[in-house]
Design a protein around this ligand. Structure first.
Ligand SMILES: Cc1cc2nc3c(=O)[nH]c(=O)nc-3n(C[C@H](O)[C@H](O)[C@H](O)COP(=O)(O)OP(=O)(O)OC[C@H]3O[C@@H](n4cnc5c(N)ncnc54)[C@H](O)[C@@H]3O)c2cc1C
Length: 482
């Protein structure tokens, strides 16, 4: 062990080399914090990633609407000083979360100056920017177009000692090339092979929790027209049981805007341009259709399916190899409409840093337990919200029903009072815990403001409430302006 060469803090590194598998958001943030603590950090990705600020095979979801929540923004600003200026220079919109036009149950909530910033726009551009800053650190190296095939361990398999890998295009590392490591982090996303690798090493597979939602996104970009985004950064009619079709519409880059349509339980937004427009017309908020119907498209519609949210409970395993860690979507991928994944990855990166600084070594299962505590709140928020849709399978406990009934009132109260909007945004932005929404003063205000809340205009149709309605004629559209 010698002096730390990353230039970030510790005089003595915790080990020679940390290997991070996956160079997307979670891997990049892990590499950023590990560069402070290990002499060298190697990030391996099977895609070409350096300088890539557009779609790529290993992260096909990244072309769909992505917003970084306030908590994520604060963490990233700490890890990457000057992020705000740099994001603005890149053309990424950074705005107050509460100034966007949010629609819940087709009703616009009051805008508010919450003081919470959010970065939206273009996820590949943001990701590339963060990665280029991490790649510029003196002790971080990226090995691209290289696939990790499995873990190396001590003969007794109690400790991970590295990874085996191969170059994807046949140039570079032969299959089975070994790279030694003092720490291996799996940040390979939803498709992580870690459960299989653990099984091959004689460990158990993590128990999985799933919430089936049958979500689909279809996204298209358009040239921005003058006036489209003069004020608010985005128009977001969020899907609700009465209006299960949703959308995220906002500025993508300086000259472009992006429209991501969402549908659940088989009501997939179509990818042929005409039907895409018809689906847009069927949204409960007419403004989006008006903005894009004559706009010049700058891409073809692209679809992505998200069958279920998945949480792999590694923390519940009784045995886990030492010097191994798993984070990001590889542990838990949330229903994306809640916009939580990148922020949770950022929170995990901070927990990793604090854990290693505090202990001076990794307690793998202990840290997976810390990650589970981070995941619990956003997981509850999103899965409870999903259970509000009648056809989503799952148990509606009393607390779920109470939570959803109160959330409906809260969202309605936010159509009248910006202070309620702020409280809601602080919880959605993962700044405050949901319990603050139950403070007696706020509960009383919400009940008072929602005393005239009409029953949701739930459409008849299939049990999911996902029946396709005739564009432009639905009660959903009427609801938007009521
Ligand atoms: C449609 C959609 C919209 C979303 N919107 C939002 C949003 O608004 N806000 C938000 O915070 N989150 C959002 N998310 C979630 C967010 O995209 C993820 O949480 C985020 O990408 C973090 O993922 P990750 O880095 O863990 O994994 P990924 O982004 O999936 O990256 C995994 C990486 O691992 C690499 N890899 C995989 N296997 C190997 C291997 N064997 N060897 C080497 N490399 C490998 C891949 O090439 C890839 O680069 C959304 C997700 C979806 C699907």
């Amino acid at each position: 062990m010698g002096e730390h060469t990353g230039g970030h803090g510790l005089a003595r590194p915790l080990g020679d080399r940390a290997v991070v598998v996956g160079g997307s958001i979670a891997g990049t943030l892990a590499a950023r914090v590990l560069s402070e603590l290990y002499r060298e950090v190697l990030v391996v990705d099977r895609d070409g990633v350096l300088g890539v600020d557009g779609p790529r095979r290993g992260a096909p979801h990244s072309v769909h609407a992505h917003g970084l929540h306030a908590r994520g923004y604060l963490i990233l600003s700490e890890l990457f000083p000057n992020l705000l200026d740099e994001a603005v220079a890149l053309g990424l919109p950074v705005r107050d979360f509460g100034r966007m036009r949010w629609y819940f149950d087709a009703r616009p909530i009051r805008t508010a100056d919450t003081g919470l910033k959010s970065i939206a726009g273009n996820r590949p551009v943001l990701e590339n920017h963060l990665r280029s800053r991490v790649a510029a650190l003196p002790n971080v190296e990226y090995r691209e177009r290289t696939e990790v095939l499995g873990l190396l361990t001590t003969p007794g398999r109690e400790r991970v000692t590295g990874v085996s890998l191969r170059a994807r295009d046949g140039e570079g590392d032969e299959p089975g090339t070994r790279v030694d490591a003092d720490l291996v982090v799996d940040a390979t996303g939803r498709g992580s092979r870690l459960p299989v690798w653990l099984g091959e090493l004689g460990y158990g597979r993590p128990p999985e929790e799933r919430m089936k939602i049958g979500l689909a996104y279809t996204t298209r970009t358009f040239r921005r027209r003058p006036g489209t985004f003069d004020g608010p950064q985005a128009i977001n009619p969020v899907a609700s049981p009465a209006h299960p079709r949703g959308a995220f519409f906002g500025q993508a880059m300086t000259g472009d805007c992006r429209l991501s349509l969402t549908g659940i339980l088989g009501d997939d937004p179509p990818a042929d341009p005409e039907s895409f427009l018809e689906f847009t017309r069927s949204l409960p908020v007419p403004d989006i259709y008006e903005a894009v119907r004559d706009a010049d498209p700058t891409s073809d519609p692209v679809s992505f399916k998200f069958p279920s949210s998945v949480w792999r409970h590694y923390e519940r395993l009784t045995r886990f190899p030492e010097r191994l860690l798993v984070m990001g979507d590889a542990v838990c991928c949330f229903n994306p409409v809640y916009g939580q994944g990148m922020t949770v990855a950022a929170m995990e990166a901070m927990a990793l840093r604090a854990h290693l600084r505090r202990r001076g070594e990794l307690d793998s299962l202990g840290l997976q337990g810390e990650f589970a505590r981070i995941i619990t709140r956003p997981w509850r928020l999103s899965t409870r919200g999903d259970l509000d849709f009648p056809a989503v399978p799952g148990a509606r406990t009393i607390s779920v029903r109470l939570h959803n009934a109160y959330t409906g009132r809260l969202q309605y109260a936010a159509t009248k009072d910006p202070a309620v909007t702020t409280a809601l945004m602080r919880v959605m932005g993962l700044i405050d815990p949901p319990r603050v929404l139950w403070r007696p003063g706020l509960v009383a205000k919400v009940l008072w403001l929602s005393r005239d809340k009409p029953a949701s205009s739930r459409r008849t149709g299939d049990a999911a409430g996902t029946s396709v309605h005739a564009p432009g004629t639905s009660d959903a559209r009427r609801g938007a302006v009521s």
